[in-house]
Design a protein around this ligand. Structure first.
Ligand code: FEO
Length: 617
């Protein structure tokens, strides 16, 4: 009995489902079955878009008989001649002898290769952008070679803005009553199958899919009718975006596929240790035993995730047979743009790692995150930590450590990075200190390296600053070397106000505490130096502290801000102040002293510079 679904007022789905098929194309398991879609347009002329696989031919013929009623079939468009869509062609011709077969030259040649019946007399040949007027509808033919076979073309109905997309946008899985993607929870229940369909059927042909997407981008499309799976009438961009990502071989998300081949469970053990550690870091992993899970499924996962770990035992001095089959599949499907980790196992001559690497070097833009990690028969303590290191490397590749984490790690290692001292210039610095549980900092411009063995620096601080008094009392400080990224508000916060009046670190998130208990800036600073004072020199207005460097870290590659850069690019130009006020302006910070005469001993209340740094407005 017929089973038809309506797509629009005059377009019907007349396809059929096969839920008994074990292996699609003899290689892809289809536990959820598969649909063979065919569409019938009932315009002034009647048009059938493709036929179906021979397994479901009877239902399909019942469908078109019911849909046509007493009408004749005028045209049969063969968009894709692969037998799962053309097997019923002969029966359709026999049943509707007046039908014209619309196809391109390549399709015609392939029909003749596959089948043995007369067809030339009824063929209407078409080429790129040829059109067919069926009454209300105007159909345009667009060639889409290698999506999935060389003869493939798609059809655009400019009247109802429908793209009949052949294999493109298809999906494994029978249509269980619902024909539209918006009738099901597509992302939850079918996206994995759509990806598996894409990667295995057209995954190799990313460039050709891109070419079709570029052509489609010029069309106004409201409905997509593929030859397998759901019809798209809502949220079309969801599936189109997926095709954009897949056809460019870009990962959909950060995560790690771990595929392993293990004879006695020890290689599996290594793979599980890596996966467990990655999960501890909050990274998504998908594990597969390549001897159990079909390569087509693992391949689809590799198109989804950004990273791949391959772990294989050595077998006959080669890669284990099922791993090799999987690798062949990866290479054949143009796998690219991914980061790879490799683990090899071997009891007397482990060699699978380099062979895996050689295989993957055939692929484009593959990055190896480690030299193959070797296990001899089973994981021992030494390999356990190496596996953890591999997981950490992958984690840091996926989630780069924050500045705070880098510094914590370097502190843990008690690092003194002498390169940090190269970032000292006649620049600007946030000098921080802490006393009695109170943090404070000020801006200074005089930090210098004094000697390198022992590593010592000097910093000179105005006695009016609270930070000065704190350092004098505690003999500890941190210097954050400001970089060119620093905004003016950092100077306003740390330079233009007194720590005696406010908490300068209140609600300031871009700071962290180093091992000496003092704060430093994690943003807009390229270096942090921790010092312990060993000597002081007293000057009338300032104290010079000489300090031993106990810790130094480079935070970023941004250049240090120089005094000149600050004036040219960061400090707001005091034009406004000059226009509205009379008096003297501080050349350092822009503070305006209103009055006829500037006292000689005047100290700028914001930046603490003396009267010499003021000019008359
Ligand atoms: Fe469903 Fe390429 O055929």
């Amino acid at each position: 009995m017929h089973c038809i679904k309506r797509i629009t007022d005059d377009l019907l789905w007349v396809g059929a489902n096969d839920r008994r098929l074990a292996m699609f194309e003899g290689v892809y398991s289809v536990a959820g079955g598969v649909s063979y879609n065919s569409y019938l347009l009932l315009d002034e002329k009647t048009v059938l878009f493709d036929t179906v696989d021979k397994a479901v031919q009877q239902r399909f013929l019942e469908n078109i008989a019911e849909a046509l009623g007493t009408r004749a079939l005028d045209f049969l468009i063969v968009q894709h001649m692969e037998p799962d869509h053309s097997a019923a062609l002969r029966e359709v011709i026999n049943l509707y002898p007046g039908v014209k077969v619309v196809c391109n030259a390549k399709t015609l040649a392939m029909i003749k290769q596959f089948y043995d019946y007369e067809i030339d007399s009824r063929v209407c040949p078409v080429e790129e952008n040829d059109t067919l007027d069926t009454g209300r509808h105007k159909l345009r033919f667009i060639m889409a070679p290698m999506v999935h076979w060389p003869e493939v073309m798609v059809t655009y109905d400019s009247t109802d803005k429908i793209l009949f997309s052949a294999d493109a946008f298809g999906c494994f899985g029978a249509l269980n009553g619902a024909v539209f993607a918006d009738e099901v929870d597509f992302n939850k229940d079918y996206l994995d199958e759509a990806r598996r369909y894409y990667t295995n059927i057209v995954g190799k042909y990313g460039d050709q899919v891109q070419s079709l997407l570029n052509k489609a981008a010029n069309l106004e499309i409201e409905i997509i009718c593929p030859l397998h799976g759901f019809v798209w009438r809502r949220n079309l961009q969801d599936i189109i975006n997926k095709y954009e990502i897949w056809s460019k071989y870009l990962p959909e998300e950060k995560g790690v596929v771990i595929a392993y081949a293990s004879v006695y469970g020890n290689t599996e053990n290594a793979a599980e240790i890596v996966s467990t550690k990655l999960r501890d870091y909050g990274i998504n992993t998908a594990m597969y035993d390549v001897s159990v899970t079909a390569a087509s499924e693992i391949l689809a996962a590799t198109f989804r995730y950004s990273h791949l770990v391959l772990a294989s035992t050595t077998y006959n001095a080669h890669i284990f047979v099922t791993m090799e089959a999987f690798l062949n599949d990866l290479v054949a499907h143009n796998f690219q743009n991914r980061t790879i980790g490799i683990i090899e196992n071997g009891s007397w001559a482990p060699s699978s790692g380099l062979l895996i690497k050689e295989q993957l070097e055939k692929c484009q833009n593959i990055r190896f995150i480690n030299d193959p990690l070797t296990i001899k028969s089973s994981v021992k303590e030494q390999q356990f930590s190496e596996l953890e290191t591999l997981a950490l490397k992958i984690k840091e590749d996926i989630i780069p450590p924050t500045i705070k984490e880098i510094i914590k790690e370097k502190e843990r290692e008690n690092t003194i990075d002498t390169a940090a001292l190269f970032n000292l210039s006649y620049g600007l610095f946030v000098l921080s200190a802490r006393k009695n549980e109170k943090d404070n900092a000020c801006i200074v411009n005089t930090v210098m390296q004094v000697t390198d063995t022992p590593l010592r620096v000097s910093v000179t601080v105005n006695k009016n600053n609270l930070t000065h008094d704190m350092i004098l009392a505690t003999r500890k400080f941190n210097i954050s070397v400001l970089s060119e990224t620093v905004p003016f508000k950092v100077f306003e916060r740390f330079g233009f106000k007194s720590g005696r009046d406010i908490d300068k670190f209140s609600e300031y998130n871009d700071s962290s505490r180093s091992n000496n208990g003092l704060l430093y800036l994690t943003e807009n600073a390229n270096t942090v130096i921790s010092g312990e004072v060993i000597e002081t020199f007293d000057f009338p207005t300032h104290t010079m502290f000489i300090a031993e460097v106990i810790h130094s870290v480079v935070l970023s590659t941004q250049p240090s801000v120089t005094y000149q850069y600050y004036f040219d690019h960061i400090k707001p130009q005091p034009q406004q102040a000059k226009e509205n006020k009379k008096g003297f302006i501080c050349k350092i910070c822009g503070y305006v002293y209103e009055g006829e005469v500037l006292p000689e001993d005047f100290i700028c209340p914001l930046c603490k510079h003396g009267s010499k740094d003021f000019e008359i407005i």
